[in-house]
Design a protein around this ligand. Structure first.
Ligand SMILES: [Zn+2]
Length: 239
């Protein structure tokens, strides 16, 4: 069984940026693990994502249910919440080592995370800490945090800061409606996000266009750890 890990700051980020790809991967047999930094199953972790005063104290339960419903629609195997307050994600030693530990426990084939040029401080911090932990998890250090594991590739997904030149487009035509259905689960966040459904649909159409698909999601592959293309020059000559 192949596994992938998707890192996001907030519980709707992975759905907005990567929901179609997640549904597709799950459909073709991958186990998808989502790690959400600012979310928890605990009832009292101090979520601030409420747009109405009367939701204070209830928002944690609302967002737990919303994420669980979206996960069911997209086929997420497990969502791990780190319970860090919103705007409070930092690339410090403890967070870094925690992510190394999680990567070594899950042993993913590929990792997906935020784009490091995002304007949201939580998104930037998640991007930096996970990209660096991808590399560190593969080294023979921190032996108490499990066996080294090298995921084949790390990809950034986009939300509101768009790539000028994505390296990959995933054709999500087949799973686009499920992405939209999952997105509609995040009812408590809708008042903050304007016409998010229109935005996501428009972007998916624009991203599908270059590959001739109705809907697409764009990715940018990290070159922090280069991947092997060919074993030898002879192999190149054989082609
Ligand atoms: Zn976010």
């Amino acid at each position: 069984m192949k596994r992938v890990m998707v890192f996001g700051a907030h519980s709707d980020d992975e759905t907005i940026g990567l929901g179609g790809t997640i549904a597709l991967l799950s459909e073709i047999g991958y186990e998808v693990y989502v790690v959400t930094f600012c979310w928890s199953r605990q009832a009292d972790w101090g979520d601030t994502g409420y747009s109405r005063v009367e939701w204070k104290g209830k928002i944690e339960e609302m967002r737990r249910r919303e994420a669980e419903e979206a996960d069911r629609i997209l086929g997420v195997k497990e969502r791990i919440g780190l319970g860090i307050p919103t705007q409070g994600v930092v690339n410090d030693r403890a967070t870094y080592q925690h992510i190394v530990l999680l990567i070594r426990q899950v042993r993913p084939f590929a990792i997906f995370t935020h784009y490091h040029r995002d304007k949201h401080r939580d998104h930037r911090a998640v991007s930096q800490v996970t990209e660096e932990a991808w590399w560190k998890a593969s080294e023979s250090v921190l032996a108490d945090l499990g066996e080294p594991w090298r995921a084949e590739a790390l990809f950034f997904y986009e939300i509101f800061e768009l790539f000028t030149r994505p390296t990959h487009i995933v054709d999500i035509t087949r799973t686009f409606q499920r992405k939209m259905e999952a997105l509609r689960c995040f009812k408590s966040q809708m008042p903050l996000l304007g016409d998010i459904l229109g935005y996501v649909e428009g972007l998916a159409k624009a991203r599908g266009y270059p590959i001739g698909a109705a809907y697409g999601e764009a990715l940018l592959r990290s070159n922090l750890m280069p991947s092997k293309l060919l074993a030898s020059l002879e192999e190149l000559e054989d082609r």
